[in-house]
Design a protein around this ligand. Structure first.
Ligand code: NAD
Length: 359
């Protein structure tokens, strides 16, 4: 029996979590759920979207399954997702993008895993607002230090990339490739321009790659070229490892290749803890309408089962999802040929169709 933290989230979170939970339970894997609240509901009750009890629960159980959570705008709260990644040092963002027959897309040979560094780069949050005293000081400091004149009316974001964080993310990519029988890791960068940040990432990647020679192939791509290659020949790519910003952008590009956000799962993983969740957000406009696709949440459950070592149950659930998508009947609006297709079913009904295929 596993004990796992369950965070239904807000917006469409609770309804996709309910639907996905029934699918996971239908596999027969015994899990005791510790349900904790985070997001808009706790904002109202406790004036924080992330009560400490959530972190405590994940620390106890080591693994969490999470629905999407809205980031409150303009109220001084940063994203709950970012806060969780920081508090638990979840430095790996793992996202598999796989084509399932039946999904409407021009790209049918896609089976790519994106491994994105989660803790540094331009997303480190080191920001200097235009017009502030400390921003002016920084501009003057840079001018004094190395002669570059940054325009007075600039805002500045800092891009730190370290050897240690680069090494551990590339190491994670190779470990993943080896464990999951993937043939190749591609490191993505712009080291020709950003020599001391992306250059460092690339150097670390090359060093780690040497240790896997003969076991997993290694190649390098410039980020701009990578974008073009992915839309021209996505079948040539396998595991991609990227610094934070490029990883974020390429993740959405890959989600587009395989048919959109509704079906893409993800996980944030560290050395001690792991959180599994869909890639999409809380889509507030669809809240409570029983309309959206539960697949991203269900497939994140598949990833979690694999992580727990429940490979057979995970494969059974994934096959059931794939069959429902391939039949194309009991699927939500986003998987139908037109947006207003009257034959589209709801979140709950799609989950029920999946459960029938598991049995
Ligand atoms: P979103 O992913 O919530 O929704 C964008 C659009 O994608 C929706 O309007 C809908 O058309 C479509 N979509 C999303 N999920 C779908 C599904 N399951 N089935 C069918 N269609 C689906 O992105 P957003 O509107 O930019 O963000 C809304 C909120 O979610 C924001 O507050 C954002 O910060 C948050 N967010 C949270 C997470 C997370 O919790 N991990 C991730 C991304 C965004």
């Amino acid at each position: 029996m596993y004990k796992i933290t369950l965070i239904p989230g807000d917006g469409i979170g609770p309804e996709i979590t309910r639907a996905a939970l029934r699918c996971l339970e239908a596999t027969g894997v015994e899990i005791e759920w510790e349900v904790v609240e985070a997001g808009l509901s706790t904002m109202e009750k406790y004036n924080t979207p992330l009560p400490p009890s959530v972190i405590d629960s994940i620390k106890r159980n080591k693994v969490a399954w999470k629905g999407p959570i809205t980031t409150p705008v303009g109220e001084g709260f940063r994203s709950v997702n970012v806060a969780l990644r920081k508090a638990l040092d979840l430095y790996i963002c793992l996202r598999p993008y796989k084509y399932y027959p039946g999904v409407r897309t021009n790209f049918q040979n896609v089976d790519i895993v994106v491994i994105r560094e989660n803790t540094e780069d331009l997303y480190a949050g080191i920001e200097f607002e235009e017009g502030r005293k400390k921003t002016k000081e920084l501009i003057n400091f840079i001018h004094r230090l190395e002669g570059t004149k940054i325009k007075e009316d600039s805002g500045i974001s800092i891009k730190p990339i370290s050897i240690s964080a680069s090494r551990r993310i590339v190491e994670a990519a190779f470990r993943y490739a080896l464990k999951n029988d993937r043939r190749k890791v591609t490191a993505v960068h712009k080291a020709n321009i950003m020599k001391f940040s992306d250059g460092l990432f690339l150097k670390a990647a090359r060093k780690i790659a040497r240790r896997y020679e003969g076991k997993v192939e290694f190649e390098e791509r410039l980020i701009d070229n990578m974008c073009m290659q992915l839309v021209q020949k996505p079948e040539n790519y396998d595991v991609l490892v990227l610094p934070n910003l490029y990883g974020d952008i390429i993740s959405d590009l890959c989600a587009g290749l395989v048919g959109g956000l509704g079906i893409a799962p993800g996980a944030n993983i560290g050395d001690e803890y792991a959180i599994f969740e869909p890639t999409h957000g809380s889509a507030p406009k669809y809240k409570g309408m029983n309309k959206v696709n539960p697949t991203g949440m269900i497939l994140s459950g598949v990833m979690m089962l694999k992580f727990l070592g429940e490979k057979e149950a995970a494969n059974r659930l994934e096959r059931a999802v794939a069959r429902v998508i391939e039949e194309g009947k009991k699927v939500t609006y986003d998987l139908k040929p037109t947006f207003n297709d009257p034959t589209a079913v709801g979140t709950k009904e799609m989950a029920e169709a999946i459960i029938e295929k598991i049995r």
